[in-house]
Design a protein around this ligand. Structure first.
Ligand code: F3S
Length: 757
């Protein structure tokens, strides 16, 4: 069976006791978020009052989900942990590597032809280590998780930022980097800063042209792309109860666009209906029994200002359809005349070339059925669609059922392209242009979550707007960005002025879901005989070799690899874009190591002085030249080094290329942790002015590395080329266990040692 009912029953059996204990400890009523977090404390974090936005807490999530792009390095690392099986139920979903071009079948076959090696690897590792494998074409990770694994009151992590989608079924589901997934699959605790809480009270009821999408577009407008940072958003109120489970998923999904840690909803009838419709009546029955613990204590919603750090109220009855964009998901404009004014003032193209419906955000049965009700009217009323249509169903179950019910046929009657059940244009996997960088200025509208420049089609001149599926359908039919279906008419093939009626649809398929082949491969009961094949000649995949522990000798007489000037995100350290294809090949992807960072000494990226070849060379080449001579290297940097994504490649690449320490004014926390996990030193200047003492010709020694202890500063000696030297202290935040990671070569080495001893 796809889901683990025994695990869920165990969570529910423990829930009342854990919630009561937390309520007693905190001495007050609890929000839903607190109930889920406190009932998932790892034994390393005892029950205590943790400061919101301050304290780091260790958690024990129930599940892990990985998508194909991020799973590669996560699983390559997991293979080194020395475990026979994953410690918690985990799944892999092949959805990112399928390009939309011709149509579902041809595109799927093309992806299998070009990425078969990666898919086979993911499948065999999954089979061996007890991980459920969802094949290419099975669907988009978050839709599949909602349909099969999410459960009210659960906690999960996933190696994709829209893992948060599962909040629609009452989970605390959080997007993380691959290294975090490895920790949890290997049985370690998972750390998170105790989040702040934002309460969103929904009153009234959606009607007419408004949809759940408009709720989150409105929240994004209010909070902006940074407003949810470090917080969990909890939705409540009568309006919340009136929405479908998949609609709640849409709202939680786009919580990622306001920077929220995650979003969630309290258990209600819509969740019960969804669980039953997706073949999980036993989960629904079990949830019902502990329903009081799957929502906040009533006092929290009665007096939210007292229990949440911030409260927002939205009246759904007053909400109007919104269109957010271009280039940012938090810029809201109302349909119709406001859009005419704004688009004219900003020179946004008013003609719309494509309407795209799908992505993990809006690809449910309800979404497609409501959008199809608009498409059907176009056919029936003799309207010709002005823009092209593309549809990505969220899962094979949704695709099969919508095909059975004639929904896909309706879109096909408008010449829509039905793409594979996969991410497609949402992640730039869309062969729209041969030369996107020189493609013309244009507008598109889609039901996805992100609309950054170039995201969908690689064309910086594409203005992408985000709206509900039903509005995408209406605007695509009209071909006008400022079309307001509530007031505007369209001219049909007889020259008559006609209007589109309000969308109608089905929360769930009236005749139930149906599917012939979900595309799921359960893992082998005993995977010990399964062989994982990675060709030594592959340029996409490479088995990892455990990192060798760094010694005091290695820390002596090192060279400066680069002294980074100014901002240095994980993109500067390990660029994305064309390098995505090497995410499973550490040696190949290391060719982008620090290539985007600016060298302090010449203000140039990827040009650093190397004392072995005595010339300015690319950063990876310099690292390799020192490595070949057995000389360790150090990276120096400024503030918040490693901000941005949580990708572990930004720590693994320098480690692979012989960097022993990264010394900066300050770190982004996740990158600092990633460096620690890879067994290298992440250090900060005690006196930030010491950054100025570093010269490119310095020989660097960390004098007391072999006496490293928690809370004790280390000493750096810089021997300058002119015979002078400088010494200063650097601080670190390693606890005793993390120092052990360094002594073992990496956290994974340490886990393996523990498992084999
Ligand atoms: Fe895929 Fe786009 Fe969602 S890339 S996981 S459909 S945000």
């Amino acid at each position: 069976m796809a889901f683990d009912i025994d695990l869920i029953k165990k969570v529910y059996a423990d829930l009342p006791g854990k919630v009561n204990a937390a309520r007693e400890k905190l001495g007050r009523p609890l929000t839903l978020t607190e109930k889920i977090l406190y009932s998932h404390l790892h034994e390393e974090s005892p029950l205590a009052t943790y400061g919101r936005g301050k304290d780091y807490v260790m958690f024990a999530p129930d599940r892990v989900a990985m998508q194909d792009a991020t799973a590669q390095m996560a699983l390559l690392q997991f293979m080194m942990a020395g475990r026979d099986k994953v410690a918690v139920p985990s799944t892999v979903h092949c959805d990112h590597l399928i390009q939309a071009k011709i149509g579902a079948d041809a595109d799927l076959q093309h992806a299998i032809n070009t990425s078969n090696e990666v898919f086979n690897f993911l499948e065999s590792v999954s089979n061996k280590y007890g991980i459920g494998f969802w094949k290419p074409g099975a669907g988009i990770i978050h839709q599949v998780v909602l349909e099969n694994y999410a459960f009210p009151g659960g906690m999960m992590i996933g190696t994709d930022s829209h893992t948060v989608n599962a909040g629609g079924l009452g989970m605390v589901a959080i997007g993380v980097g691959g290294a975090d997934a490895v920790d949890v699959m290997a049985g370690m605790a998972w750390e998170l800063k105790n989040p702040k809480l934002i309460g969103v009270k929904l009153t009234g009821k959606l009607s007419g042209w408004t949809a759940p999408k408009d709720v989150i577009l409105k929240v994004a407008d209010i909070l902006t792309v940074k407003g949810g940072t470090g917080a969990i958003v909890e939705y409540f109120g009568e309006g919340a109860k009136s929405m479908s489970c998949t609609g709640k998923g849409t709202i939680c999904n786009m919580g990622a666009e306001i920077g929220a840690t995650t979003s969630t909803f309290g258990y209600d009838e819509s969740m019960d209906r969804y669980l039953r419709a997706t073949g999980r009546p036993d989960v629904a029955d079990a949830a019902k029994e502990v329903a009081a613990h799957l929502t906040a204590d009533p006092e929290c919603y009665a007096d939210p200002e007292k229990y949440f750090d911030q409260v927002i109220e939205i009246n759904l009855s007053e909400l109007k359809p919104l269109i957010n964009g271009p280039f940012t998901p938090d810029l809201s404009t109302s349909a119709g005349s406001e859009m005419t004014e704004k688009a004219t003032a900003n020179n946004w193209p008013l003609d719309v070339e494509w309407g795209l419906i799908g992505s993990c955000t809006n690809s449910s049965y309800e979404d497609l059925s409501r959008a199809a009700s608009i498409a059907r009217q176009a056919v029936d009323k003799g309207l010709t669609t002005k823009a092209e249509f593309g549809i990505n169903p969220g899962s094979e179950q949704v695709r099969f059922t919508t095909e059975r019910d004639g929904i896909l046929k309706t879109f096909e009657d408008l010449n829509a392209k039905i793409f594979t059940n996969a991410c497609g244009p949402c992640i730039g996997q869309w062969a729209r242009y041969n030369d996107p960088m020189n493609a013309p200025k244009n507008s598109i509208i889609h039901s996805f979550n992100r609309n950054f420049s170039k995201r969908a089609d690689g064309n910086p001149n594409t203005h992408a707007f985000v709206a509900s599926p039903e509005m995408v359908a209406a605007i695509a039919i009209s071909g006008r960005l400022d079309f307001n279906p509530m007031t505007d008419t369209l001219t049909n093939d007889k020259g008559e002025e006609v209007m589109l009626d309000e969308p109608t649809g089905f929360e769930l398929p009236p005749n139930g879901f149906d599917v012939e082949d979900r595309g799921f491969n359960p893992p082998a009961e005993d995977g010990s005989g399964v062989e994982v094949v990675v060709a030594p000649t592959s340029d996409r995949l490479q088995l990892l070799t455990p990192f060798v522990p760094i010694t005091q000798d290695d820390m002596t007489d090192m060279r400066v690899l680069i002294k980074v000037k100014g901002k240095c995100t994980t993109d500067h350290i390990s660029m994305a874009g064309p390098w995505l294809k090497y995410r499973g090949h550490l040696e190949n992807i290391s060719e982008n190591c620090y290539t985007g960072a600016i060298n302090f000494f010449n203000d140039k990226p990827n040009k650093v002085l190397n004392y072995v070849v005595n010339d300015y060379v690319a950063v990876p080449d310099s690292a390799k030249a020192y490595q070949a001579k057995g000389i360790g290297t150090v990276v120096f940097g400024e503030e918040n080094l490693g901000e941005g994504s949580s990708r572990e490649h930004a720590a693994m690449e320098p480690r692979f290329l012989g960097v022993n320490a990264v010394i900066v004014k300050s770190f982004a926390r996740i990158h600092e942790t990633n460096l620690k996990k890879q067994g290298m030193l992440a250090l900060t200047f005690v006196d930030k002015d010491d950054y100025d003492k570093v010269r490119q010709d310095d020989v660097v020694t960390i004098k007391d590395f072999d006496q490293m202890a928690p809370g004790k500063n280390l000493t750096i000696k810089l021997d300058h080329h002119d015979g002078t030297n400088d010494e200063f202290e650097v601080a670190h935040t390693y606890n005793a266990a993390q120092i052990e990671w360094v002594r073992s070569g990496s956290a994974l080495n340490k886990i393996r040692e523990e498992l084999t001893n």
